[in-house]
Design a binder for this molecule. Sequence first.
Ligand SMILES: Cc1cc2nc3c(=O)[nH]c(=O)nc-3n(C[C@H](O)[C@H](O)[C@H](O)COP(=O)(O)OP(=O)(O)OC[C@H]3O[C@@H](n4cnc5c(N)ncnc54)[C@H](O)[C@@H]3O)c2cc1C
Length: 355
Amino acid sequence: MKEFDYIIIGGGCAGLSLAYELEINEKLKDKTLAIIEPRTEYKKDKTWSFWKVTNHNFDDCVKKSWENFTVNISKNTKYIQCTSYPYQSVDSGLFYEKINNKLKENKNISFFKNISEINSKNSFVFNSVPSIKKDHRNLWQHFCGVEIETQNNFFDDEIFNLMDFDCDQRESVHFFYTLPYSKTSALIETTWLSKMNDGSKKDYDAQIKDYIENHLNLKNYKIIYKEEGAIPLFYPSHKIEKNKINIGTAGGMTRLSTGYTFLNIQEHSKYICKNIENISKTKKFEISKKYQFLDDIFLRVLEKHPEMMPDIFFKMFKSSPKTVIKFLSNKSNFFEDLSIIFKMPKITFIKALFY
Ligand SMILES: Cc1cc2nc3c(=O)[nH]c(=O)nc-3n(C[C@H](O)[C@H](O)[C@H](O)COP(=O)(O)OP(=O)(O)OC[C@H]3O[C@@H](n4cnc5c(N)ncnc54)[C@H](O)[C@@H]3O)c2cc1C
């Protein structure tokens, strides 16, 4: 069976981002790479959005970018400008196409459906398939979104809505998220931060229909695309193995308080590429311990007091937009962290240390 220098398990966001980074930096001229990916065809299946706090390779896959957004709670709306860090939405269809076209050019890169088709004994492995044990105590960010089209102009495409908490909370944390791509099209998502031990929050279609028709007051529209997902708000289990690194969600690249993962994946890919010649001895890349600690407290509060979360998120955005965005994107300094921490209900957060 064929052997390869490197193996990437999972040709999704993290696997393909890494392969692309290695390819464009000419790290695969004299090395071979096998990508293990079971899917039979690549098509748009996700929309990755984030504030652009660092450069990445996929500006040409950005479907839309905004410099203004809102956050809503019942009877109150905050308008926020993000000119320094625009919010970008990457179309996964364009992303897959761009990367796969590039990788095809290199004969040293091969795709397989299953790792059993190759000899992996002497390869260095990058694994993006998470090992997630069923545990009813785990928190998830789970959501469903539809892209809709209207006949007449309806949306203001200059401003997106990050969180609209003015909806049914069901003793959990629930908000709607609206990305207007144009005056006649938008992605509208219902998002829950909750455990997933029953199906009680998963009537997504009814939630979205009710929001569009009775909250946005839009009656004439057509659904042209749908996406559904669940992001673990905990780190997948991780076994330290020589010659193996986990990447993507499996590699702890999700910011647990927000679910944002895409840009962390890009930074991880750049880090691996820079250290590829000495990868087995390179220090593990991770989201800074500071955010791991703060997110842990945040999620404890969220679990114990879901009813407080709309206000907590709303208050967080009372800090300067730059500060909040940097904090949510793991780029804040000590003083910016303090500015966010002081906006939080202190006694609740201190008590959470002892739950
Ligand atoms: C619908 C959705 C929307 C999201 N939106 C955002 C967002 O807006 N912003 C953000 O920052 N993050 C977002 N995320 C979170 C995160 O960025 C994505 O989940 C991202 O795709 C994670 O990349 P990954 O490579 O870890 O996983 P994936 O992209 O899921 O890739 C894993 C790959 O492994 C393959 N695979 C599965 N089983 C095997 C196996 N046994 N062997 C080999 N391969 C296998 C899969 O087919 C898949 O291609 C979203 C997640 C989802 C699900």
